[in-house]
Ligand binder design. Structure first.
Ligand SMILES: NC(=O)c1ccc[n+]([C@@H]2O[C@H](COP(=O)([O-])OP(=O)(O)OC[C@H]3O[C@@H](n4cnc5c(N)ncnc54)[C@H](OP(=O)(O)O)[C@@H]3O)[C@@H](O)[C@H]2O)c1
Length: 193
């Protein structure tokens, strides 16, 4: 219909949602130790893949090193101060702000078909990048793991910034018995950043 904006068109006129996704200890907020993850939760990894696929993902250089390669079907943006740093299938950014700009440009420049309406940039870690990204975040996807394994990197306190819970689902890993909960949080005033 001429002159009538569809919901999809209106959606795309907005800035992308900036989302943080992390798996953390419910008690201590630990998220890693010696540049590795603390848990292996296959269903959580599946959820991570499902949520982030097709979107830009932003990570710190140490998190990239711990993964060891670009994650497929996502624009991988790695933040590093090292101008020499180079890896296959990765876009480098010298700051978080520039990483976010690259993510926005990717979404803006991509052909937006009815099947492809992605409008979310994901911050996937680690501790340094989460702390810097929290003030920009519109949404938080957290896996709260009931475990107090020792960590050396921690997720920042988020309650002051993102406090409105919109989703919660409890799970138990069938192999290890580890319990965890998926939660999603947005800003209580979702119109302001
Ligand atoms: N549980 C989870 O969900 C989760 C998710 C991701 C990661 N992790 C864990 O988190 C740990 C890694 O986190 P981390 O805090 O040590 O490191 P990180 O945040 O992954 O990366 C830090 C690096 O990012 C670059 N960087 C950070 N701020 C920058 C800035 N403003 N400008 C330019 N470059 C910047 C620097 O790279 P250069 O030194 O190259 O300049 C810095 O050394 C690992 O244990 C990993 O397994 C856990």
């Amino acid at each position: 219909m001429k002159g009538v904006k569809t919901c999809a068109n209106v959606h795309n006129m907005h800035q992308p949602t900036i989302s943080i996704i992390a798996a953390i200890s419910e008690k201590t907020r630990a998220l890693g130790y010696k540049n590795t993850l603390l848990w292996h939760l296959p269903e959580d990894l599946k959820r991570f893949k499902k949520i982030t696929t097709g979107n830009p993902i932003i990570m710190g250089r140490k998190t990239f090193d711990s993964i060891g390669k670009a994650l497929p079907n996502r624009l991988n943006i790695v933040v590093t101060k090292n101008t020499e740093w180079k890896e296959k299938d990765v876009v480098k950014a010298p700051s978080l702000k520039e990483a976010l700009d690259l993510g926005r440009a990717y979404i803006r420049d991509r052909a937006q078909t009815p099947e492809n309406q992605k409008n979310e940039i994901f911050i996937i870690g680690g501790g340094e990048i989460y702390a810097q990204a929290l003030p920009y975040a519109d949404k938080l996807y957290l896996t709260l793991v009931r475990s107090d394994l020792k960590g050396d990197v921690f997720f920042p306190e988020w309650n002051q910034i993102l406090s409105k819970e919109i989703f919660r689902e409890a799970h138990t890993d069938p192999k290890t018995g580890v319990e965890y909960t998926w939660i999603e949080l947005v800003r209580s005033n979702t119109t302001s950043k």
